[in-house]
Write a protein that binds this ligand. Structure first.
Ligand SMILES: [Ca+2]
Length: 231
């Protein structure tokens, strides 16, 4: 055992010495060539009705700059991030609701249930290569639904009369190893079904990029979306 430890110490010392010599003779030695080659810079365009958070391999890499508490929020975001393949993309998408009733414009002539919708596309920055975009091949899970009884939309006290259901976000839902076999494929919607506007119109969307949500564009208010890209 003593011999092995001594050998390991010698190796550590030797490699440390090599690092120092590399740093003094090379311009960019801070990351080893092996680790550096695995990291790729990506750029994502995302438009959400009304809010999103974007994860790459479980790490939050960006989110909608306009808070979910904003009733009308139809901005697009362009987010750069660095990650490695295989790439697991996770998105939390939220439709604005004024309160737990699931309604918006409460107490006005426009009181309604409202709907969601999101589109995202990702490419490599350096090569410009298309990586992935939201489509029906992505998996989805609704974690908040309201109202469960849509007839409450005409109630003068929707917070009392509208029912809702929520589940916690599954642990590690945005990691590669997560088993999404219980999730369902995302549902694609047309631009007119979602009622696209504002930021959506400023992005040049890849033909493969589709507007998606769960199977219920109106009643599901928080939807998790995920996909995996091997390379
Ligand atoms: Ca909405």
């Amino acid at each position: 055992m003593k011999i092995i430890l001594a050998s390991l110490t010698a190796i550590v010392v030797a490699s440390g010495a090599l690092d120092v010599s590399a740093q003094t003779s090379s311009a960019s030695p801070t990351i080893s060539p092996t680790a550096k080659s695995k990291q790729v810079e990506f750029v994502a365009d995302v438009w959400a009705d009304n809010w999103f958070a974007l994860y790459a391999n479980g790490k939050l890499v960006g989110q909608d700059s306009v808070p979910i508490s904003t009733e009308r929020s139809f901005n697009a975001e362009t987010i750069k991030f660095t990650a490695a393949y295989p790439l697991t993309i996770g998105i939390v998408a939220k439709d604005f609701t004024q309160d737990a009733s699931g309604l918006e414009y409460i107490g006005t002539s426009r009181q309604q249930i409202g709907d969601g919708g999101i589109i995202a596309q990702i490419k490599e920055v350096k090569s410009g290569k298309f990586v992935t975009a939201t489509s029906k091949s992505w998996k989805s899970l609704a974690t908040n639904t309201a109202p469960l009884n849509p007839s409450c939309v005409t109630s003068s006290k929707p917070n009392l009369d509208c029912q809702s259901s929520s589940i916690n976000l599954p642990a590690n839902w945005n990691l590669s190893a997560f088993n999404d076999a219980q999730w369902v494929n995302a549902t694609q919607y047309s631009p007119s079904e979602v009622g696209v506007k504002e930021g959506y119109l400023t992005i040049s969307w890849n033909p493969a990029a589709a507007l998606v949500w769960s199977s219920d564009l109106k009643l599901d208010n928080t939807v998790l979306l995920r996909t995996k890209v091997a390379k």
